[in-house]
Design a protein around this ligand. Structure first.
Ligand SMILES: [Zn+2]
Length: 373
């Protein structure tokens, strides 16, 4: 009982009821411990236990350990143990994999909706699994199917998908991914909206990805780039900023003495590039020493567009409402300031103006009830 209480953050109604926009959520990292338990039970041979996929309250890991956790999660969502089945019943194993992926996507969407998220941009790197026959294309399709099915269930949440480029794959894979993203951008009528650059920031160099990222931009895809996640990457950061990304993921060291600079801050300010900020993720992966030292404080104090996000709500055992509460309690924000933060985040979504106005209507409708005015 005590343990359950410790792990269950005390959430007040205000933060849950607050309508929210989630713009930085990796699908695999967002899988909740509940769904993860189901996946683990289905794959006993992998010998994975809960603690390998989630960082509980008060615990921390290094960024490197976090990336190892993501690999473990990939194992769980790629069904390698289906190889036998694959040999016997190729078709069935293939379907199972995609079917499973659709289910995981639906679970994640439902959890965001239950947490009061009204608009969600999920991101995920297309993966090929030779063992099951899943191709990058069917991977994307199974996520889109999850989004479609959630829509049919009338959940009060609008979901979009950003196709992710993992730095580990290198520039050639990035080019392939951009091509795939372009195809889906043209065929999904606004569900696939953009491209994310993510993965271990110590792997590869920004300049290797310039060509595919430029190509994506030219094709009309929006760019959300993870940058300045680790110290001493000033040159690397400037190269990515020169692309004028539509949003920045983390930007942890932009304003710090270690690898940041006034020039970088000025550039980001001048171009009003919104930042996706994930407090728990940065503290638990130890790129930020404590909540009160989180760079949200800096960017908020200069009124720069900042959006509170979860990054990987499953791995970091958090929810978007909890992140808002953390930001508010750490930086002494009033409920009305928290409301504004959430309302303004609508400005930075990748969907069209008409979606923005619909969301604003929804927020205005809910405002009296949430703020008790
Ligand atoms: Zn991220």
């Amino acid at each position: 009982m005590i343990e359950a209480e410790e792990q269950q953050p005390c959430k007040t109604d205000f933060y849950s009821e607050l309508p929210k926009v989630e713009l930085h959520a990796h699908l695999n990292g967002s899988i909740s411990s509940h769904t993860m338990k189901k996946l683990i039970a289905q794959k006993p041979d992998l010998k994975i236990h809960d603690q390998m996929t989630v960082i509980d309250k008060g615990k921390k890991r290094t960024l490197e350990e976090c990336f190892q956790m993501f690999q473990t999660i990939h194992q769980l969502t790629s069904s390698p143990e289906d190889i036998l089945m694959w040999k016997k019943k190729k078709e069935e194993a293939y379907n199972l994999d995609c079917y499973e992926f659709t289910k995981v996507t639906k679970d994640v969407i439902k959890e965001f909706a239950d947490d009061g998220v009204k608009y969600l941009e999920l991101r995920s790197t297309p993966r090929r699994e030779n063992a099951t026959g899943m191709t990058k294309k069917t991977y994307v399709e199974s996520i889109l199917e999850g989004i479609k099915q959630s829509k049919q269930e009338n959940l009060d949440i609008d979901v979009r998908y950003l196709i992710a480029v993992d730095r580990r794959g290198g520039p050639l894979v990035a080019k392939e991914t951009v091509k795939l993203a372009e195809e889906f951008f043209l065929s999904t009528e606004g569900t696939v909206l953009g491209l994310d650059l993510s993965g271990d920031p110590t792997v590869g160099q920004a300049k290797d990805f310039l060509e595919p990222l430029l190509e994506a931009k030219k094709a009309g895809l929006k760019l959300a780039l993870h940058l300045s996640e680790i110290p001493n990457q000033k040159k690397e950061t400037q190269i990515l900023l020169d692309l004028l990304p539509d949003r920045i993921g983390h930007g942890t060291f932009l304003n710090s003495g270690e690898g940041g600079s006034l020039d970088l801050v000025d550039f980001v300010r001048q171009h009003r590039i919104p930042l996706e900020l994930c407090l728990t993720s940065n503290v638990k992966s130890q790129t930020v020493p404590s909540y009160d030292q989180h760079h949200f404080g800096f960017w908020y104090s200069i009124a720069h567009p900042s959006v509170i996000c979860t990054d990987d709500k499953g791995v970091f055992a958090t929810h978007l409402s909890q992140e808002y509460q953390l930001a508010a309690e750490t930086f002494n924000l009033t409920q009305s300031q928290v409301w504004d933060l959430s309302y303004e985040s609508i400005n930075y979504i990748f969907a069209s103006d008409s979606t923005r106005s619909e969301l604003r209507k929804k927020w205005n409708h809910l405002k009296p009830r949430v703020l008790h005015i």
